[in-house]
Design a binder for this molecule. Structure first.
Ligand code: ZN
Length: 245
């Protein structure tokens, strides 16, 4: 994705990345906290060099992808806001963290193995070890998806969008992440490499709720099928498919 061709070793992509947590301190559940996802950074995680075919597993490459994804998201949303005559304020910061409680959102310490948009402070924060683990397992496309999804929560907040159920908020964020990525590919701001679309699918499969999770439960994000459908609806048909108005 982006500038360097990358591949994932087929068969090594495992569903250890669960539920991209989000929206702590505002969007979906003020004062609440979503369950932490399971842990690609755990002891069973493959280490560097074991996972991806092309050796692009370094933290430096991960950081570059995060920076690229943030920059492209900012440009994308600035253009969308401008087109509708609104001023755009980029999300203030993207903050990596490593330890439980190192970063707080609205007075609530953020747990490890998570990524969130914090509306109270208007920032995205992510556990860097967890995210690098997912990057190594799924591929660089996952980083662009993750940033796109959390960035979408910031856009929902700016637009005052607040659904009754978490799952609606989450599936819309997936659709918006898809639109940001699909439109960026169409405008040539982003170039996909072979395998990137497959990486999106694998990433979305991995972040789906467990089959026994009730759709109306607090913290529900949607099944793998629902999340994949929402993401690719946005990817293929842009924001018009995301019920933003
Ligand atoms: Zn979310």
């Amino acid at each position: 994705m982006a500038r360097r061709p990358r591949r994932v070793l087929p068969g090594l992509v495992v569903a250890l990345v669960v539920a991209v947590g989000c929206a702590v301190g505002g969007v979906s559940e003020p004062g609440g906290q979503e369950p932490a996802p399971q842990r690609p950074g755990g002891p069973d995680s493959p280490g560097a060099g074991q996972t991806r075919a092309d050796g692009t597993t370094s933290v430096e490459e991960f950081q570059q992808d995060v920076a690229d994804a943030q920059a492209i998201a900012e440009r994308y949303w600035a253009a969308q806001f401008q087109a509708s005559g609104q001023r755009f304020r980029p999300i203030r910061r993207v903050i990596p963290y490593q330890r439980d409680g190192e970063v707080s959102c609205g007075g609530q310490p953020l747990p490890r193995n998570n990524a969130v948009y914090c509306s109270a402070g208007d920032f995205i924060a992510y556990d860097v070890n967890w995210s690098v683990g997912a990057f190594r397992q799924v591929g660089d496309a996952f980083v662009f998806y993750l940033l796109g999804h959390e960035y979408a929560h910031g856009i929902q907040t700016r637009l005052g969008i607040r659904y009754s159920y978490t799952i609606q908020q989450e599936l819309q964020a997936d659709c918006m992440a898809g639109a940001y990525l699909g439109d960026s590919v169409r405008s040539a701001a982003l170039k996909l490499d072979d395998g990137d679309l497959e990486e999106f699918r694998e990433g979305l499969l991995a972040v789906g709720d467990e089959p026994d999770q009730p759709w109306f439960a607090e913290g529900s994000h949607g099944t793998a099928e629902q999340r994949t459908e929402a993401f690719f609806r946005g990817y293929e048909r842009s924001l018009a498919a995301c019920d933003l108005t």
